[in-house]
Design a protein around this ligand. Structure first.
Ligand code: SF4
Ligand code: SF4
Length: 383
């Protein structure tokens, strides 16, 4: 019996937007069993795939905006349905028609800010390097060892600026000849792409690629798994390949090469959270743990849901710009898991994770119970 497709035009539109893998789905439901949404509310990516198959997608519904692109369900799917790509294609269709439900409208504000200022946070492009004002960080010039690509949150967000400062201090201490691009740096574009704004992504990517080439950039150090992912796996779509190094990998390299020496103890119980775009999307699980294990007196404990099963913080896929009501925040669960294993410090290596964890720390009143740190903030204390 042939499947009847009542809304052929919609199906074609979804396919054109890159979501054609939906046709492999045989509705086993394994994806829903691992999706973090089902820990906090009812949500079915299986149903979204089903609706797309028949052209019955409700583009005005909040549900097509829920997926955080955490990467758990594609790992489990026996049919190779690319749920993230299908989800993004639906958002592309919704964005093309400018259909945004109320909780998603802030993503539209982020998009406007990316177009005008090169960052999603509505800050002035000219102030992008202000975090480094007192640090005598050099401007990147051809021939330097590496470009430090700071990223939007580390450039502007008051909490995350501390991580940019820690990183610059570490690189200086290790004698790395590095520079930054300042106002010539634009958002990497990873998250806006996942909200369906493909043209904005392309324009940001082209801008960055031109700046890298014009300035003779070869090696790029990054602090955000989202920058890492897009430079490494998505910018090659534009026929370019730069050497991209994640800061925790680079820390490990610097320590092993004897360029960075750990001289102090860190006598705390620490647990490490694997960011989705570092772990599941790029297989970087060990280097951050290796670096932490090299610190004397630091006791590393593992939480539930670690490594490839890591619980998403809730900030991927553009969700960092959207409102998630209390009771539905994955980051609250993550903090409880860290607390359950007796950790005093929850360490990670991603601006979205830290932003969400700091908010949960406030909401759960964990101020005296748990510290949230980026790995560079710990290293800065022990060198
Ligand atoms: S796991 Fe794959 S095949 Fe099974 S319902 Fe989900 S998308 Fe379909
Ligand atoms: S990628 Fe993650 S958040 Fe998105 S549907 Fe799959 S499991 Fe759920």
């Amino acid at each position: 019996m042939e499947t009847v497709a009542p809304f052929k035009e919609v199906i074609e539109e979804i396919k054109e937007a890159g979501g054609e893998a939906f046709r492999y789905c045989f509705q086993c439901g394994l994806c829903d069993t691992v999706c973090p949404w089902n820990r906090v509310r009812q949500f079915s990516i299986r149903k979204i795939i089903r609706q797309a198959t028949f052209g019955l997608t409700e583009i005005e519904s909040e549900d097509i905006w829920r997926c955080t692109t955490c990467g758990r369900c594609p790992q489990r799917c026996p049919r190779g349905v690319k749920q993230i790509e299908v989800g993004v294609s639906l958002r592309r269709v919704a964005s093309n028609y400018e259909v945004f439900p109320p909780s998603v409208r802030s993503a539209r504000t982020a998009r406007a800010s990316l177009i005008s200022e090169g960052n999603p946070l509505q800050f002035d492009r000219k102030k992008r390097a202000d975090w480094a004002n007192d640090l005598s960080v050099k401007t990147f010039a051809e021939g330097m060892e590496a470009l430090y690509f700071v990223g939007c949150y580390l450039s502007y967000d008051p909490r995350m600026k501390k991580v940019a400062i820690a990183t610059a201090n570490i690189l200086k201490k290790a004698g790395v000849d590095f520079g930054i691009l300042g106002s010539r740096e634009s958002c990497c574009g990873e998250s806006i792409r996942k909200t369906g704004s493909e043209e904005v992504f392309k324009s940001l990517a082209k801008e960055n690629i031109k700046t890298f080439i014009d300035n003779g950039v070869k090696k790029i150090i990054v602090s955000s798994p989202h920058c890492y992912h897009t430079f490494k796996n998505e910018y090659p779509e534009f026929m370019v390949n730069f050497e991209v190094v994640y800061i925790s990998q680079y820390l490990s390299e610097l320590i092993h090469a004897g360029r960075l020496e750990i001289t102090k103890e860190y006598a705390k119980k620490v647990t490490y959270h694997d960011p989705c775009y570092l772990g599941r999307h790029n297989d970087i699980y060990e280097e951050p743990r290796d670096v932490l294990k090299m610190i004397p007196s630091l006791e590393l404990v593992e939480m539930a849901d670690s490594r490839k099963d890591s619980l998403c913080c809730g900030g991927g896929g553009g969700r960092i710009w959207m409102d998630t009501p209390k009771g539905e925040r994955f980051s609250d669960i993550r903090l409880e898991q860290a607390h359950e294993v007796g950790a005093q410090v929850l360490v990670t290596s991603c601006p979205y994770c830290i932003t969400n964890f700091e908010e949960s720390r406030l909401n759960l009143e964990y101020g005296d119970v748990l510290e949230i740190k980026d790995i560079t903030e710990i290293i800065q204390e022990v060198i």
